[in-house]
Ligand binder design. Structure first.
Ligand code: KG4
Ligand code: ZN
Length: 338
């Protein structure tokens, strides 16, 4: 049985996980640093890097313990090699290299985005190629996932990522970071037609996104109201989410048109990244997928937000294909998938 250790430290979660070639998650430890960053309303790279350094050893030890395997029993060590906050990525990569070097096991540098892209195959039977919408705090793009390591970008955001738009909207109303879950929760009790916000890129060709105009519209509305009460806050969240839903559905239709023309037999539309946890957005996209005879699939929520099982899984897919890396791999702050 193949056993892979995965390590993830590219943002504000220190995470380690062990998975098997039989798609079993033996352990999945995620230590969130959210509390350390809340006072600043977002992730502070220097604080994140130090926190990773403080916790990485314990987190890896716990993942090994929970899995009940020794380092010698591993087949390979996979780690996020980028993109991300470079201080954190370095901590993870150095740890993985150290383990690989003392055990003599293969080292695999995984692109964080590839982790998000392939995780669905850990939990569902999804063959290549599939259409992927990756929506997180730092990323927002459509990709055709043709194979392990073979990606084609159809479109991406011209400014903010979708998770970032949720986070900034939340911050404007004094809600804590990360704002996505808070906005979704408040939106449930709000009236989505209370305020009319402009739909980003409405009627525009292509599969790109833009959220800065919507963000500005929300900011102006909040300023106009002044002291926003509970009711108004819920209405703003609902109206914002409603507008996001229209925009994302519209962009997805464009991406599906391109994808279905090229791969008429492919059936899977995969949603990944932290925003995939949003039930409202998911619902809208399920409807769009059905229009094209496609099926929306998303990993369970705890595998959608950053974790190390996704890195271990992408590592396993690479390991099977002999796609290993050298110990002189250099951590990358930027690393486009396609
Ligand atoms: O994938 P992830 O954990 O980290 C990145 O790689 O960015 O995604 C975190 C992002 C944050 O912006 C967070 O606000 C957003 O995902 N998010 C949500 C929800 N849960 C997390 N956005 C909207 N609705 C949610 N329920
Ligand atoms: Zn992520």
């Amino acid at each position: 049985m193949t056993l892979i250790l995965g390590i993830e430290t590219s943002c504000d979660e220190t995470a380690a996980a062990v998975i098997t070639g039989e798609r079993e998650i033996r352990s999945n430890v995620v230590l969130s640093q959210i509390e350390a960053h809340v006072p600043y309303g977002g992730v502070v790279p220097e604080i994140a890097a130090r926190a990773h350094l403080d916790h990485i050893e314990d987190v890896v030890a716990r993942a090994m313990d929970d899995a009940g395997v020794s380092l010698q029993e591993l087949d390979a060590i996979a780690v996020t090699g980028g993109p991300g906050l470079i201080g954190g990525v370095i901590v993870g990569v150095m740890t993985a290299k150290a383990i690989a070097s003392v055990t003599g096991k293969p080292f695999i540098a995984v692109n964080h985005l590839e982790g998000h892209a392939l995780t669905v195959r850990l939990t569902h039977d999804v063959p290549f190629p599939f259409l992927l919408l990756l929506v997180s705090g730092g990323h927002c793009q459509f990709l055709i996932v043709k194979n392990v390591g073979e990606y084609e970008k159809l479109g991406g955001t011209m400014d903010d990522a979708l998770g970032e738009a949720f986070d900034k909207t939340a911050k404007m109303m004094g809600l804590d970071y990360p704002g996505g879950p808070a906005v979704e929760k408040l939106a449930r009790s709000g009236d989505e037609r209370a305020y009319t916000f402009p739909v980003p890129l409405k009627g525009r060709e292509g599969c790109d996104f833009s959220f800065s105009g919507l963000k500005t519209a929300v900011r102006l509305k909040v300023q106009e109201i002044g002291a926003v009460d509970e009711r108004q806050m819920a209405d703003i969240c609902a109206s914002f989410q409603y507008t996001v839903g229209i925009s994302v559905a519209d962009r997805t239709r464009h991406a599906m048109q391109v994808f279905c023309e090229r791969y008429p037999k492919a059936k899977h539309f995969v949603l990944a990244g932290g925003v995939a946890a949003n039930q409202y957005v998911r619902g809208k996209l399920e409807t769009v997928a059905a229009e094209f005879g496609m099926e929306l699939v998303a990993p369970p929520i705890k595998l959608c937000t950053d974790n190390a099982a996704m890195i271990a899984w992408a590592g396993l897919e690479r390991f099977r294909l002999g796609m290993l890396d050298e110990l002189n791999f250099e951590p990358r702050a930027r690393w486009p998938l396609s």
